[in-house]
Unconditional design. Structure first.
Length: 399
């Protein structure tokens, strides 16, 4: 009996990030963890804040039937209210008199992966196109295609790695349903400036008007709080047809717990129908009732600031070390990734040489760009410092 060939193909091709991570684990077991410099996965190295543990301890005092019971499909009202109040406190000034969010605009999810899948399923019909900015998070393509749309790649500006609004204009067709942006950005660490976002919004509005279509901006924001001083503007205040996808995987260091949300801002012109389409997509996918204990954590912890000090220190050590060795990279303003130019055009070949030295970055091809590697610096400080001799040996091979 035939099985689903598309699902088979996604399973058989795997994610290169996860494959490298699995290799790193096996290699650590073989030669000792301290001898393998695994920069592959975006697993936060800053611990979750103490308040999360305190919240969990309080939850464990509840009667089990209450604690472990089903919640509403879109999440408990007090948890959604906590998120909405937090967003309102933080972004009301950018929205002027317009409302920022209410509990009913929020759908709690198992992290940004679910938020994005739900959003694409809520938006697209067969034959639609969704634009991604390359280099891009590789799973976008999987989620877009699975929802029935075609993933259209548009290169970022190759100097600044900001969105190239003119390149986006050239890629928009009557089939364009949405564009996904991610700032602070994985994998390059760019934070999109207000100027970039305004230019993009102007292009989207112009093309919508010229083509008589609606184009949605899907803003994927799991790194919003991980910045080194850069402003991260609130996109719904810039472009009204925005949907925000968020996760606490990075901001509260909870990637294994699977908690995040989709926000359909009240200012989105399609708001009422979209809220139902998001709920319907969640239902269709079986993405209902996000983990109840972590919904409760949100009630206590939505406003706890992210601890970025360790990432800032790592970023400093990594960029200083690689600069001394002559590597070229994109100066990161946010997230915890460094986008480094491979020392030969073939990033895979460069990666193989790095791997032979037990250095494990991720080659850029799966992000939709040749010639670079991504170094995830959400690791122990010692890993960065101790990896420098290997980076030096690698560079020496090209001198
Ligand atoms: N979007 C981006 C840009 C990411 O880097 C990640 C995870 O690393 C995700 C989405 C998925 O996040 P989550 O762990 O919340 O599903």
């Amino acid at each position: 009996m035939a099985i689903n060939e598309k699902s088979y193909a996604y399973g058989a091709s795997k994610s290169s990030i996860r494959e490298i991570f699995a290799y790193g684990m096996a290699r650590k077991a073989e030669i000792g963890a301290e001898n393998v410099f695994d920069f592959s996965l975006g697993n936060p190295s800053s611990p979750a804040p103490d308040e999360v543990r305190a919240s969990l301890a309080r939850s464990l005092e509840l009667p089990p039937v209450q604690l472990h019971g089903y919640t509403p499909a879109n999440g408990m009202a007090p948890a959604r209210e906590a998120v909405a109040h937090s967003l309102t406190r933080r972004f009301q000034a950018e929205c002027g008199d317009a409302p920022v969010a209410s509990a009913d605009d929020i759908y709690l999810t198992c992290g940004a992966a679910a938020s994005l899948s739900i959003t694409f399923h809520a938006l697209v019909n067969a034959g639609d196109e969704v634009i991604v900015i390359a280099p891009y998070f590789p799973e976008y393509r999987v989620w877009i295609e699975t929802a029935g749309a075609t993933c259209i790649k548009v290169l970022a500006d190759q100097q600044t790695f900001q969105v190239d609004a003119e390149a986006v204009r050239a890629a928009i067709t009557p089939h364009t349903k949405a564009i996904v942006i991610n700032s602070p950005n994985n994998p390059v660490g760019a934070v999109y400036t207000r100027k970039t976002l305004n230019e993009l919004a102007n292009v989207l509005r112009e093309r919508e008007e010229a083509l008589g279509t609606d184009i949605y901006l899907v803003s994927d924001e799991p790194y919003r709080e991980i910045t080194y001083g850069a402003e991260v503007p609130w996109n719904p205040a810039i472009y009204d047809r925005t949907i925000v996808c968020y996760s606490y995987s990075k901001s509260l260091s909870l990637p294994g717990e699977r908690i995040g949300w989709v926000l359909v801002p009240p200012t989105n012109p399609e708001h009422d129908r979209l809220v139902l389409a998001v709920a319907g997509a969640g239902r269709k996918l079986g993405f209902v009732c996000a983990p109840a204990i972590f919904q409760r954590v949100l009630m206590d912890c939505v406003d706890i600031p992210s601890d970025v000090d360790a990432y800032a220190r790592n970023r400093e050590a990594l960029t200083a070390g690689l600069t001394r060795l002559g590597y070229e990279y994109v100066e990161p303003d946010g997230a915890f990734y460094l986008w480094v130019k491979a020392l030969e055009p073939d990033a895979e070949a460069f990666f193989e040489k790095a791997k032979a030295l037990d250095l494990l970055p991720v080659p850029s091809d799966s992000f939709g760009c040749p010639g670079w590697v991504r170094i995830g610096y959400c690791v122990d400080y010692e890993t960065i410092v101790n990896s420098m001799p290997a980076w030096e040996k690698l560079a020496a091979q090209y001198r």
